[in-house]
Design a protein around this ligand. Structure first.
Ligand code: ADP
Length: 436
């Protein structure tokens, strides 16, 4: 017999035995009275235990399980073990839940959990930022109240979530989001939103770049093609015309060559597989050479002055520096009218080295200055082309300087001239052999 029953029957048996013993001694009335009293005591005892159990169930804390006596002792002990097991598994569950929550919060994308009625159950901080959601006010509201865009409504009701939906953010006009709904469980959904603004910008830049390169190549190719056809069709062209045609074709070919060379230079500068060469560059000597090149480009049309206030060299790539600094000097020559003055200066200012080219040229309006280093950005297209520009020079300069942890400073006034300065950090300065 199970212990519970044997203990219970034992107690009732004892009461009955006492009543039986009392019967011959004190008579039937007393015996029945004793029996009733015993049974009443037993009832009160069990009611008290039941009340304790009831009280505990109202607030079932493991540490507060009643001790219990008699047959109730085993019940309360079993209850204690059950409550302990439950509390342990609850703790484990809530730990797992908070781990999932923290993982959701750490996600680099926005995450919103939707219930079967598309109401918001939970969202992470990135989603809060992307959609302007607030924990206190927006939990429990339909997502369509908060993301009021017809495209999103259609996407949500179409139940075809294979492809993400590309949306312009309602909060910031510049941001573009890729939104993907992922159904799970019983009609629940996860909304995952990724900010693809940067990706879109890169994609636009790539498209613009290809369009620009094609456009830049098309004009000279059309010219050369046209001349070749003429040469083929008009066999009786005079020697003079023929020479003129060839000269023009050579100019156009050179233009294409310069463009391809600049494109290759840019691609080398941008390539991660092409780390910066760290050599000691004799900058004063390099500037002297660039000065001579500028003289031959100017052909006496400008006064070009050199001011060498420092003999410091630089740690970096000689070929890149030649290309970067050379571009600044040749731009000064190209954008300065006949008789203008150009000053090329090399100096040390506040521990930094500064290469500056000051011209008395056409100058640049302030709104153009921040965009000058963009590929193919030109203030005056025809002037740039006439002087053999590719529109990539300053872009190359910027890349070269960035690779040398240096910066480009531009100061200009329309009609007065411009000063382009390349500023190198103290960490790049080295003593050259010539200076030592
Ligand atoms: P480009 O081949 O057209 O000269 P760059 O990238 O070297 O291309 O320069 C971009 C634009 O910046 C030029 O088209 C020109 O409008 C302007 N610019 C550059 N240097 C000067 C300068 N020294 N004076 C006036 N404008 C300049």
């Amino acid at each position: 017999m199970p212990e519970f029953w044997s203990r219970l029957l034992g107690r009732f048996g004892l009461i009955a035995l006492i009543a039986l013993i009392a019967w011959p001694i004190a008579g039937a009335v007393w015996a029945l009275g004793l029996l009733s009293l015993g049974l009443l005591g037993e009832l009160i005892f069990h009611l008290r235990q039941l009340q304790q159990l009831n009280q505990w169930l109202a607030n079932p804390l493991v540490r507060a399980v009643p001790e219990g006596r008699g047959v109730w002792e085993d019940t309360f002990v079993a209850l204690y073990h059950l409550a302990r097991r439950q509390s342990a598994s609850q703790q484990q569950l809530s730990k797992a839940l908070s781990r999932f929550q923290r993982a959701g919060e750490a996600m680099p994308d926005g995450v919103v959990m939707l219930d079967a009625g598309d109401q918001i159950e939970w969202f992470n901080p990135i989603a809060a930022q992307q959609f302007g959601l607030h924990l206190e006010t927006d939990i429990g509201h339909p997502i369509t109240y908060l993301l009021r865009q017809s495209q999103f409504n259609e996407y949500l009701s179409a139940h075809n979530y294979g492809e993400p939906l590309i949306l312009k953010s309602t909060r910031s006009t510049d941001a573009t989001l890729a939104i993907q709904l992922v159904p799970f469980g019983d009609d629940l959904k996860l909304l995952i939103s990724r900010d693809i603004t940067r990706f879109e910008q890169v994609e636009t830049m790539r498209r613009d770049f290809i369009a620009n390169v094609s456009h830049e190549l098309r004009t000279p190719l059309t010219v050369v093609g046209g001349f070749l056809e003429s040469l083929q069709d008009y066999t009786d062209l005079s020697e003079e015309n023929r020479a003129h045609f060839f000269a023009l074709m050579r100019d156009q070919t050179l233009r294409m060559q310069r463009l391809v060379e600049d494109l290759l230079t840019l691609s080398r500068l941008e390539s991660a597989a092409n780390p910066l060469q760290e050599e000691s560059v004799d900058v004063p000597k390099l500037i002297q050479q660039l000065h001579q090149e500028a003289q031959s480009l100017s052909q006496g049309r400008h006064k070009i002055r050199l001011e060498m206030a420092s003999d410091t060299g630089l740690l970096g790539s000689e070929s890149e520096l030649r290309s970067g600094l050379g571009n600044l000097i040749s731009n000064a020559v190209r954008y300065t009218p006949l008789g203008g003055e150009i000053v090329v200066r090399w100096e040390e200012v506040n521990g930094e080295a500064r290469f500056s080219v000051k011209d008395s040229g056409i100058g640049i309006e302030p709104q153009h200055i921040p965009r000058l280093t963009e590929r193919f950005y030109r203030v005056d297209r025809s002037r740039s082309r006439e002087t053999g520009g590719t529109g990539l020079g300053l872009s190359i300069v910027k890349h070269v300087l960035t690779r040398h942890q240096s910066r480009l400073e531009i100061a200009s006034e329309v009609g007065q001239g411009s000063t382009f300065s390349a500023v190198f950090p103290a960490s790049r300065l080295v003593k050259t052999v010539a200076a030592a």
